[in-house]
Write a new protein. Structure first.
Length: 359
């Protein structure tokens, strides 16, 4: 049990972290004292210690819903590399799972969900997240916060409604998200109701993570890039804006990173104008100088090394790192990859990247 004194001590260290951690400095609108760095998917299969624990747990969802395991996996890349932020180990598909969808992770194949394809299917799902499931995630956040070095920031996350909807409608990952785009056009009432359900449940989910001790959260819109400009504003920016509004109604100073993968400069601008994000995550295809010129004074910029450069190493890696540092020097920049690290990435290349960034 926590006494009142513990609460004060906890708040004291959180505000100290928000002043001194370079990632949180960037999210607070400052140019950080040094370039903060973390990697999307930093806890995962490229690490032998992850593969060992994954084998012991037997199943990916057991890792996610066992707070001891989720905490351990979250800490693994911090112990090895000392990143400026840890990201909660979980998955964006925990939200549909906690609404009642069946979910399995097939080895080597990716996720399989029961299909939510019309209003009738949606009617069978729960209105709110199952506390028995998300409670384990919040427990993992709280536990991770107590075990993490004081100075390291802890990020929570969720999937953006559009990206999560693409998995719920198709029942699996697809190349072009055609099932979700077809549903959007054929059955707008269903599509809108599904997005609404995901807005309210994702808001509650992020509030739960922030209350459990996350310093900031990232919203992953991994498939936003398939949307036409007006669809992007409606189905990526709109739902993200409503989530941030709901989160800040409970936690006014909540810090949020939006990652709309595949977004154009116009799309990124719409997100900054419309959603109240504190940072935007950039994939490797963006024109960094154009993004900095347009948005760099308003939000922090996170990214954007091509994960393939980290696999290749050598000159390809060094040139990629140096170009990013040159283009973002003096900006509120958070170094990251342009998408998640791949399982085949050599650990020595990650070590080299950190030496080059910090050396
Ligand atoms: O970044 C981190 O280290 C935190 C953990 C995290 C995972 N998934 C762990 C994971 C995060 C933030 C995610 C987000 C996620 N999950 C996204 C959005 C980000 C992105 O990559 O675009 C998406 C689309 C998913 C859905 C998902 N989960 C897919 C498509 C897959 C299978 C593909 C794959 O890489 O195997 C997963 C499984 C998954 N999520 C793994 C991990 C470490 C691999 C599971 C395993 O151990 O076999």
């Amino acid at each position: 049990m926590k006494g009142p004194g513990d609460e004060i001590a906890h708040q004291g260290s959180a505000s100290q972290r928000s002043r001194e951690n370079p990632l949180l400095q960037a999210l607070n609108g400052h140019v950080p004292v040094k370039v903060p760095v973390w990697m999307m998917r930093q806890a995962g299969r490229y690490l032998p210690e992850y593969r060992a624990l994954r084998e012991k747990a037997g199943d990916f969802l057991t890792l996610c819903y066992t707070p001891e395991f989720a905490t351990e996996v979250t800490l693994q890349p911090i112990r090895r590399f000392g990143f400026d932020a840890a990201i909660l180990f979980s998955d964006i598909l925990v939200v549909p799972h906690a609404l009642g969808c069946e979910l399995r992770f097939e080895a080597g194949e990716g996720p399989r969900l029961s299909i939510t394809g019309n209003l009738e299917d949606l009617g069978r799902l729960a209105g709110e997240l199952d506390p028995a499931k998300v409670g384990k995630v919040y427990e993992a956040v709280a536990r991770t916060r107590t075990e993490l070095p004081e100075e390291t920031a802890l990020l929570g996350f969720c999937g953006a409604p559009f990206t999560v909807a693409t998995y719920m409608i198709a029942g699996r990952g697809t190349d072009d998200q055609a099932p979700a785009r077809l549903a959007m056009m054929r059955d707008p009432a269903f599509f809108e109701a599904l997005i609404d359900r995901l807005v309210s449940s994702s808001s509650a989910y992020l509030i739960g993570q922030l209350k459990a001790g996350a310093d900031a959260v990232q919203i992953f819109d991994s498939w936003a890039g398939v949307l036409a400009p007006e669809e992007f504003v409606r189905w990526s920016v709109g739902p993200i804006a409503r989530i941030i509004h709901a989160v800040r109604a409970e936690i006014p100073d909540a810090k949020v990173i939006g990652f709309p993968k595949g977004a154009t400069l116009e799309g990124l601008t719409a997100l900054v104008d419309g959603a109240g994000v504190d940072a935007i995550g950039l994939d490797w295809t963006v024109d960094r100088r154009a993004v900095r010129g347009r948005l760099g004074a308003r939000v922090a910029l996170q990214g954007n090394l091509d994960p393939l450069r980290l696999i290749v190493g050598g000159k390809a890696l060094d040139e990629g790192i140096d170009a990013i540092l040159d283009d973002f020097r003096g900006a509120a920049h958070i170094f990251n990859l342009g998408h998640g690290i791949r399982p085949e990435t050599p650990i020595s290349h990650v070590e080299h990247m950190l030496e080059r960034l910090r050396g």
